[in-house]
Design a protein. Structure first.
Length: 276
């Protein structure tokens, strides 16, 4: 039974022009089993093929610890730039691997009583939908934004913090007069937009509608004037100079004597003159 070669560890020469030329990191002693210039170039090419530092180190028979130490050394600027370019190229090839798995599936062995009796191809529908939503969001993601990976999420958080600091610094330098001017400017813009919409709507009306509207405006003004005049006349009739000057006094004339007192016929224990 022949197995497919894992594309994550497959070694292919990197296409010309996709990896930048770099000067290998200088070494104090050139050992044949160390990070020689040829081994550094082979490591960068393997990293571009696989996108994995561990797989690239395994391809050149070196340790990952040594690779990271080499990247931190003085004079490794070109090596670090080539490293970053190789990682970016490896990520693109990882997308191709994901597409291949989503379309063709992954071959899995089938065991029975600890003995392999065959194999089967397993398809990952979730991986397929993930690729479709990110490649064609307008068709498969209902117009929503693409899903972000970890790097995109970190960059988004960094930009949010940066924009927050910029907004706070700008807010601290804004005076009350500038805020008032900004509000007035927005109000003016809104008023201009509304007036423009009203003018455009009036222009689309027919002559009959315009005449009816003008007649309605005249009748409304007439009725409002009549209502105001009526209210003013009622106020003059109901409010006289005497009532204005003496609102709470009786009209002039002889005062009437008080009514005679009614003799008391019922007594209670609370009365002072109670005599049983």
């Amino acid at each position: 039974m022949t197995r497919k070669k894992d594309p994550r560890t497959a070694r292919h020469p990197a296409p010309a022009g996709q990896l930048p030329a770099f000067t290998p990191v200088p070494r104090l002693c050139n050992r044949h089993d160390g990070w020689t210039p040829l081994r550094q170039i082979a490591f960068i090419e393997a990293l571009a093929d696989t996108g994995s530092v561990a797989s690239a180190c395994k391809a050149v028979d070196m340790s990952t610890v040594g690779a990271y130490q080499l990247r931190r050394r003085d004079g490794a600027e070109g090596f670090r730039a080539a490293w970053e370019a190789a990682v970016d190229l490896g990520v693109l090839r990882c997308e191709d691997v994901a597409m291949d798995r989503a379309l063709n599936g992954v071959e899995e062995p089938v065991f029975s009583n600890v003995e392999q009796i065959g194999s089967r191809t397993r398809y990952n529908d979730r991986l397929l939908m993930f690729i479709l939503r990110n490649r064609l969001p307008e068709r498969f993601a209902e117009g929503k934004a693409k899903g972000m990976n970890a790097i995109d999420a970190m960059e988004t958080q960094r930009l949010k913090k940066q924009w927050r600091k910029e907004w706070e610094s700008e807010r601290a330098n804004i005076s009350a007069a500038e805020v008032t001017a900004s509000i007035n400017r927005k109000i003016t813009e809104i008023r201009s937009r509304v007036e423009g919409e009203q003018a455009a709507q009036w222009a689309r009306m027919s002559e009959e509608t315009r005449s009816a509207w003008a007649r309605f405006a005249d009748l409304r003004e007439r009725d409002l004037d009549a209502m105001a005049a009526d209210e003013a006349a009622r106020a003059l009739v109901n409010v006289t100079p005497q009532t204005k000057a003496l609102p709470n006094m009786e009209p002039p004339g002889p005062r009437k004597p008080p009514p005679p007192a009614v003799p008391k016929t019922r007594w209670t224990l609370m009365d002072d003159s109670f005599d049983p």
